[in-house]
Design a protein around this ligand. Structure first.
Ligand SMILES: Cc1ncc(COP(=O)(O)O)c(C=O)c1O
Length: 396
């Protein structure tokens, strides 16, 4: 079965992880710092804080940006649930703004039109790897004093162009914090894993602290244990203070060694993804019942790292339900996936926040027609042909 996404693990990756198993540090060791630096450098971000998954990174983003009770967070409904759940983790109100019907990304016009006074954060998701209009989103959010969090989980290694200048996701002036995921279907993997990048020194310092229980071992930061703090505060390598409520969101050295090994292959992974997308786009261009992915601006085509290849299909024209079409593909050995069910329609969001059908009509229409086809670098040319042939066979 050709699944919709899959990791690439080779002998170098296995060797990198094995070396860590033979070393002194399985966690909190040198691989973590090295991975953070090697990830941040090509992105162009000042700080990177690696964590155990991107959901944790989004939670930390909320905490360091001080989003909490009484605050509203707006994101796209066309995303994985984490992009919104992070608001609920901190007792803020997750909310949704409709998508642009062409790019399937958060629509700046809808964001501006539906702005509410208590909105303190926008989570801008780079769906499938294509960034939304970040300058427009940042302009709207910042004019109201809200923080911009870029959910770059789909966009590792990707970027976009503004006024002729190229920017990397996570390395541009229109986001305060960017998060990435290293789940196996993502562009590189650490098994599970995530990272938060930011140019903000204080955000990075706080994220590091909260990643590990809010505990500090930095002497200058010690405030003592109360009472006569001069006597109750101890010195020495063994002493630590917990200064705020943190979590265990640490990532292991095993994972970071894998991440470092994967980073070396990232340019090749992206090239292969782009080549497969080009083949699909050419093969499907003339199917009247299928819409290939649309790009916000033509100069961005070269920058998208393509986590997903998602098409819109007129299932009525095919005389098939989506499930029937997926079953037909499966019979040919082709997996597919639905990404995403609009988050505001999930029972939790309907029950807790009263959201429902009609709140984000573009995302709902998009959902009815969406299908993600296999896309991962290990696909052979034969696999790509199989997908193309199987999709063509859906024709009435
Ligand atoms: C857009 C988006 N945001 C956040 C996440 C959460 O990532 P993780 O699984 O690493 O927690 C994902 C993962 O599926 C995602 O696709």
């Amino acid at each position: 079965m050709i699944t919709y996404g899959k990791q690439w693990i080779d002998a170098e990756d296995i060797e990198a992880v094995s070396e860590v198993l033979k070393s002194d540090f399985l966690t909190c060791g040198p691989q973590v710092d090295a991975f953070e630096q090697e990830f941040a450098a090509p992105v162009g971000a000042k700080h990177a804080v690696a964590v155990n998954n991107a959901t944790a990174a989004l939670h930390l983003a909320m905490l360091v940006a001080e989003i909490g009770k009484g605050d509203r967070l707006v994101t796209s409904p066309n995303t994985f649930v984490s992009s919104a759940n992070c608001a609920a983790f901190v007792d803020a109100t997750p909310d949704f703004c409709d998508i642009d019907p062409e790019t399937y990304n958060l629509c700046p016009k809808a964001l501006a039109a539906n702005w509410q006074a208590d909105t303190k954060a926008v989570v801008a998701v780079a769906y499938a790897g294509q960034s939304p209009d970040m300058p427009a989103i940042a302009q709207i959010a910042r004019s109201h004093g809200a923080v911009v969090i870029e959910d770059g989980c789909h966009g590792i290694g990707g970027g976009f162009t503004v006024d002729g200048k190229d920017y990397k996701i996570g390395g541009h002036p229109w986001a305060d914090i960017t998060t990435f995921s290293f789940h196996p279907v993502k562009t590189i993997t650490t098994g599970e894993g995530g990272i938060l990048v930011t140019d903000n020194d204080e955000y990075a310092r706080r994220a590091r602290l909260l990643r590990s229980h809010g505990i500090t071992r930095v002497t200058e930061d010690f405030t003592g244990l109360g009472g006569d703090s001069a006597t109750l505060q101890e010195q020495g390598g063994w002493y630590y203070e917990m200064q705020s409520l943190g979590y265990n969101y640490r990532i292991t050295d095993l994972q970071c060694a894998l991440g470092r090994s994967q980073l070396k292959k990232l340019p090749g992974f992206i090239d292969r993804r782009r080549a497969i997308v080009a083949q699909y786009n050419a093969a499907f261009a003339d199917l009247p019942w299928l819409q290939t992915p649309q790009i916000l601006q033509s100069e961005n085509v070269a920058h998208i790292s393509w986590h997903l290849y998602t098409v819109q299909i007129d299932f009525k024209a095919l005389g098939l339900s989506r499930s029937e079409a997926m079953q037909r593909l499966r019979e040919q050995g082709v997996g597919s996936q639905v990404l995403y069910i609009p988050v505001h329609l999930q029972p939790y969001y309907r029950n807790q926040f009263g959201y429902g059908v009609g709140k984000c009509p573009n995302a709902e229409t998009y959902y009815e027609q969406t299908l993600s086809l296999p896309l991962f670098p290990k696909m052979t040319d034969g696999d790509v042909d199989t997908v193309i042939r199987s999709v063509n066979k859906l024709a009435p």
